[in-house]
Ligand binder design. Structure first.
Ligand SMILES: C[S@@+](CC[C@H](N)C(=O)[O-])C[C@H]1O[C@@H](n2cnc3c(N)ncnc32)[C@H](O)[C@@H]1O
Length: 218
């Protein structure tokens, strides 16, 4: 995640305990971070964490909904992490402005955000699966005109669901996940439900695109 963010001033929206802003400053990835949070409880946690770390000069904690507490052009990039994809999309949709670079980490359904980006002038320039409770997708978007070249030559539904860069790089963790999905969906498909069959086809399209790679140990 840290490797995908570098900015003079960055905004972390929905910062909770401000772990990401602290890590960004400590790793020298940003000069300054605005840590934005809607709810009073997490807001207090963020304020205390920043004070305890002695980083109040570099990290400013602000309260508000999404991008509202940040002025346009105040930051060059933003992150929204650890939320549902639909919650993140709702925050992006409500925003009256958005920065040119964003790193989004939904808990699931990354296709919701890849699809949003395609119709809102952002290209997916990098993505990764990061280890956590399960493997979370981390998506980096940059404002750019025209169709996103990352999707060229790929089956659309599979690329939206599993990620064009992850498919092209034959990410071994993605390979393992797709094999597990085929096994799960093949059993369910025996009942002939159209939605399961369609889902299975998307996974098979994705797998067909990947060369054979060794299954990772973890
Ligand atoms: C599950 S936490 C994730 C925290 C952190 N970003 C992480 O990745 O660990 C989601 C946080 O987003 C905050 N939040 C939810 N909706 C928000 C909104 N519209 N604007 C700002 N913060 C919001 C919640 O209060 C909560 O602290």
């Amino acid at each position: 995640m840290l490797a995908l963010i570098r900015a003079e001033t960055h905004a972390d929206i929905g910062t909770d305990h401000a772990a990401l802003p602290l890590a960004l400053i400590e790793a020298g990835r940003c000069g300054r971070v605005i840590a934005a949070e809607l709810h009073p409880g997490p807001l207090r946690l963020a304020q205390m964490a920043v004070m305890r770390a002695g980083l109040s000069q570099q990290i400013e904690v602000r309260q508000g909904d999404g991008f509202v507490p940040i002025a346009p052009d105040e930051v060059q990039s933003a992150s929204l992490t650890g939320m549902g994809a639909r919650t993140i999309r709702a925050i992006l949709t409500r925003a009256s402005w958005l920065p040119p670079q964003m790193v989004l980490q939904p808990n699931a359904e990354p296709e919701v955000l890849r699809g949003w980006a395609q119709s809102h002038g952002y290209h997916l320039t990098a993505e990764a699966l990061v280890a956590g409770f399960w493997r979370y997708p981390v998506l980096k978007f940059e404002q750019s005109p025209g169709p996103d070249p990352a999707y060229a030559g790929l089956p659309r539904a599979a690329a939206l669901r599993y990620g064009p860069h992850l498919l092209k790089s034959a990410d071994p963790h993605l390979h393992a996940e797709l094999n597990a999905q085929v096994q799960r969906l093949s059993k369910l498909a025996a009942h002939g439900r159209p939605q399961v069959l369609a889902e299975l086809r998307v996974v098979q399209d994705a797998l067909a695109f990947l060369p054979e790679v060794p299954v990772p140990s973890r």
